[in-house]
Design a protein around this ligand. Structure first.
Ligand code: PHE
Length: 449
């Protein structure tokens, strides 16, 4: 097994997994999803999904990876053999790899937006910017395919060059500084938003829970986003778990990561919405939300240009560490099963995803009218297909596999939980999470037909 890397200790695993979880999902996606789905109703369901579905399934996924010590495809095959079940389970690993590739196809383009905002910030463009100007700047970016493709290409090169070297080299150290730094800068931003923004309105918008406002679509999106945000259902966490030593507590690590991930997203949300309401902007602006609102804050605060550069740089790093985990399952699979070198595999996969990203870049302008499924454009198709279908379905299958296929003593051995905790995990993994996901799918089928 000389191909396989391993984490040095529990801390590096935790940082790498947190690095995978914390990314554009928290900073870019969660805030706009809250706005599009009616605020607090979405937040409440999202938090419930993290606790009742996300945390147990993250434990399950790490457990599967660590037990097998293999890439998701081989892992599922081996675990199925171990449980005397059909080896068709390996295709669950394959589906996960595909999901990772499809996600990176658009993730890299948004990563490119962030990179371009670093460049723009250094020029002092945000100084005294108005809300209208800021929105216009973003529109101009969306309508410049060449610029989008340039930054997307850079993001892909950054991602694939780390993957080519192997996850445990270099990345571990970077995470050590970046995640705490991201939290620190967020606190600065939050402090600023508190002093000039309308924090009260933001708080009310996000946290006055009104159960009557919960819609089925909001539930579907919240569930999908819980998976996306925690990097679940596609093997990223499984492959990271496969590099993990036996003596680490899966439950504790999972809970820390899930809480940090959720808190971070909600803090960004508060910072943004207090600016949105103070500036009379629309909360449901969609994917451009942070790119339109944050420059207003940076443009008016002392030292704003510097803070803007720092902020977008940290977001770029957060996106980078997530992007790496999106392709790691596939690369690990190639390396462990074929003679192909890691570098070659990375290059080929990188080019394929890069091409996909070009299509996504064009979908904001030239190919705006191109639709793929259910009348959705290229970007929306990739986003919805992965977040609301592939990831929850992957998670559902993993839960079923762990809960109903694996041998109980293997589970207990690997999870190593106290009795009470084991019971809680069993109830959530075997009943709560599958039923919740299943119910949402049934609803989705109803919508489609
Ligand atoms: N969790 C990452 C984020 O929030 C995205 C991601 C999804 C990464 C699935 C890996 C797997 O940005």
């Amino acid at each position: 097994m000389q191909h396989r890397g391993a984490w040095k200790n529990r801390w590096t695993f935790m940082l790498a997994t947190a690095g995978s979880a914390i990314g554009l999902g928290n900073i870019w996606k969660l805030p706009y999803m809250i706005g599009v789905n009616g605020g607090s109703a979405f937040v409440l369901v999202f938090i419930a999904c993290i606790f009742f579905v996300g945390i147990p399934l993250m434990m399950t996924e790490i457990m599967l990876g660590r037990r097998a010590q293999k890439n998701p495809f081989n892992a599922m095959q081996q675990l199925a053999l171990e449980a005397n079940a059909s080896t068709y389970w390996k295709y669950l690993g394959a589906a996960g790899m595909l999901a990772g590739v499809l996600i990176l196809g658009f993730y890299s383009v948004i990563g490119g937006w962030v990179l371009s905002y670093i460049a723009v910030s250094t020029q002092g463009t945000f100084h005294n910017i108005s809300a209208t100007q800021s929105a216009q700047n973003f529109e101009v970016l969306l309508n410049s395919p060449i610029t989008l493709i340039f930054w997307h290409s850079l993001f892909m090169v950054m991602t694939m060059s780390v993957v080519a070297r192997g996850v445990s080299a270099g990345l571990e150290k970077a995470n050590n500084i970046l995640i705490p730094a991201l939290f620190a800068i967020l606190l600065i931003l939050l402090g600023y938003s508190m002093s000039v923004g309308d924090m009260h309105a933001a708080y009310q918008f996000m946290f006055t829970f009104d159960f009557t406002k919960i819609t089925p679509v909001a539930v579907l999106s919240a569930l999908g986003h819980a998976f996306f945000s925690l990097s679940l259902g596609m093997g990223a966490v499984m492959v990271y778990g496969s590099y993990l030593q036996r003596n680490v507590s899966i439950a504790k690590t999972t809970i820390y990561i899930a809480i940090a991930d959720t808190m971070l997203g909600l803090l960004v949300g508060l910072a943004i919405y207090s600016l949105v309401f103070a500036n009379h902007l629309a909360p449901n602006a969609g994917p451009g939300l942070i790119f339109q609102t944050l420059p207003i804050a940076f443009g008016h605060m002392p030292g704003g240009s510097f803070i803007a550069v720092l902020f977008f740089t940290l977001v770029a790093f957060a996106a980078w560490t997530s992007a790496i985990s999106l392709v790691e399952p596939t690369i690990a699979w190639v390396v462990e099963n074929t003679q192909v070198k890691r570098t070659h595999a990375t290059l080929v996969l990188g080019i394929a995803i890069w091409l996909l990203g070009i299509a996504v870049s064009l979908s904001f302008s030239t190919w705006k009218t191109v639709t793929i499924i259910f009348g959705l454009g290229i970007f929306d198709t990739l986003d919805k297909l992965t977040s609301t279908i592939m990831l929850p379905l992957g998670g559902l299958m993993m839960a079923i596999f762990a809960g109903y296929v694996m041998k109980k003593n293997h589970l207990q051995d690997e999870l190593n939980l106290k009795r009470k905790a084991y019971q809680i995990w069993t109830v959530t993994n075997n009943y709560v999470a599958p039923i919740a996901i299943f119910a949402v799918f049934i609803y989705l089928l109803g919508l489609v037909s």
